[in-house]
Design a protein around this ligand. Sequence first.
Ligand code: ZN
Length: 282
Amino acid sequence: MRIRVLGAAAGGGFPQWNCGCANCRKARAGSPDVTPLTQECVAVSTDGDSWFLLNASPEIRSQIEAFAPLHPRAPRHSPIAGIALTNGDLDHTLGLLSLRESHPLTVYATDAVRRGFTEGNALYRTLERFPGQVTWKSFGGFLEAIPAPGKRPVHLEKSGKAEDGDNIGLLIDGKLAYFPAAGAVTPPMIEAINRAECLFFDGTFWSNDELIAAGLGTKRAEDMAHLPVVRSLEALSHFKGRKILIHINNTNPLLDRTSRERRQAEAAGWEIARDGMDFSLE
Ligand SMILES: [Zn+2]
């Protein structure tokens, strides 16, 4: 299986348009300590020919253009065989609306995520321009959905109660575990992760009060259903496969190669995802 990180940042990207935090200032100044990142999306291929995207970021057009194996091989063609959504957050779904150029799409999602995106959403009509433009599929086969503690997307928080399918992780082809958002590590998650050779895990925030301490917000990581990395290091220390933090918020000190937090994560055996990271699992 080939794995290509198209984007490694959390929603907002790095730097984020309205953010002047220490990391974002360094990124704009071209500091060698940090590298800009687009919003989270990973491409995987089991045959080297057709590809599945894990989430559809708002930057999907430039992410596809930046990776030649995702380019068309005929006047109208795409090697993207499917897109799997791990939750309904806009940074995971907005990209679908950018793929509206009359091309059939296959999207894997839970019922909760599908309904959240399609119901009462006038913009979704752009993906209903011809019969079969979007085929929604449930998870199964080589894309195994693992429930993960999460929450509804911010724009749907006031419409309806939280459901089981609001947030999931994936076990892909039995060897790649993908949990870009998780509010905790549960026994079913551990069971799936232990079967994998490689794990991508929620790297959104280093600490619970990261935004508050930086004067950038009032919510704690746990209010947004993200387990702080400092606690994930402990909760997942038993995992001996390759482990990579992804969906990294621009405020996270991990993004600075010179930070104490970066050294701590690397010493615990974690890699930090970056755009263009590319590797294979046997
Ligand atoms: Zn920032």
